[in-house]
Design a protein around this ligand. Structure first.
Ligand SMILES: Cc1cc2nc3c(=O)[nH]c(=O)nc-3n(C[C@H](O)[C@H](O)[C@H](O)COP(=O)(O)OP(=O)(O)OC[C@H]3O[C@@H](n4cnc5c(N)ncnc54)[C@H](O)[C@@H]3O)c2cc1C
Length: 257
């Protein structure tokens, strides 16, 4: 339960507060998840006044402040339409208006399309103190065990890769039981991320080209069994969706010639 509210005016002040080991203070993004925590008492450091709400493109790099609201991605020309489509599948308008990027990446589970797509894009996350940059692929498996810092400040990814995702859900309004997202760089580098299962999306493949993407996707979800779908279903469909994503990317490339 929240018993203290502090609203700092800068990142430095927020980091100082969050580093105080004598207090139990947590960052407050949109509050949609943290406000439901009832077990222990803690204070919150509201991030809305510290300037982490920008979304900018520098050359081919997109940089988003961790406290930006999810709604800011919709309709933004620098944000790939597949990222926007993923967000629309994951969230309602109310949630987009309230939840922040950082809060989403920390709280969302393996069934998030948005997180799966950012993982496919090899997004990097900056943490304070120290301005440490860590790839989403390295961070996700450890995010509930050992955060790299006290405050996530920025998430960045490259704008150039081709990007496509495909997903399956039990009904159009249901959360996905399988997501396959593929990114392909101009060099041919191809990265496939899988979601729809477990605590976090995972990387199925990151290679110099797209060969073996179907096999890698099948193998990565070999044991992905839960109450929503069997592992047999997930692994067989994952390989087909990977091929479909790569076909869409190929079509996009050909349409540019
Ligand atoms: C109605 C509803 C539907 C939902 N549907 C889905 C869904 O379909 N899929 C899904 O995956 N999730 C879903 N969620 C969960 C959702 O992911 C979280 O509620 C939301 O993303 C949290 O964002 P927030 O900005 O409100 O975070 P907060 O609630 O403010 O914080 C969440 C956690 O992140 C930490 N945090 C926030 N910002 C930072 C930062 N910058 N640095 C370090 N730590 C930080 C907080 O300390 C806290 O521990 C749903 C939630 C609701 C309420």
């Amino acid at each position: 339960m929240i018993d203290e509210y502090i609203r700092p005016a800068s990142v430095e002040e927020a980091v100082l507060l969050l580093s105080d080991e004598k207090k139990v203070l947590k960052p407050l993004g949109g509050g949609t998840s943290i406000s439901r925590e009832r077990e222990k008492q803690f204070g919150v450091v509201d991030l809305q006044g510290i300037g982490l709400d920008k979304l900018e493109q520098f050359n081919h790099q997109i940089k988003a402040g961790a406290a930006i609201k999810l709604r800011a991605f919709l309709g933004h020309s620098a944000v790939h339409p597949e990222i926007q489509r993923g967000l629309l599948i994951d969230t309602t308008e109310n949630l987009r208006n309230a939840a922040s990027l950082g809060g989403w990446l920390i709280s969302s589970d393996g069934r998030s399309v948005f997180s799966t797509v950012l993982l496919a894009l090899d997004a990097a996350i900056i943490w304070e103190p120290g301005g440490k940059s860590i790839g989403m692929g390295d961070w996700l498996p450890l995010r509930r065990i050992k955060p790299p810092g006290v405050l996530m400040t920025e998430v960045s990814w490259q704008a150039q890769p081709y990007l496509a995702f495909e997903y399956v859900s039990r009904s159009p309004k249901d959360r996905p039981i399988l997501v396959v997202a593929a990114s392909q760089w101009r060099s041919g580098r191809t990265r496939i991320a899988l979601g729809g299962y477990g605590d976090a999306p995972i990387i199925a493949m990151d290679g110099p080209d797209d060969s073996g993407a179907d096999v890698a996707s099948r193998d990565a979800y070999y044991e992905a069994e839960d109450q929503w779908a069997s592992a047999l279903y997930r692994r067989e469909v994952a390989s087909k969706l990977a091929i479909r994503c790569l076909k869409r990317i190929k079509d996009t490339k050909e349409s540019e010639v």
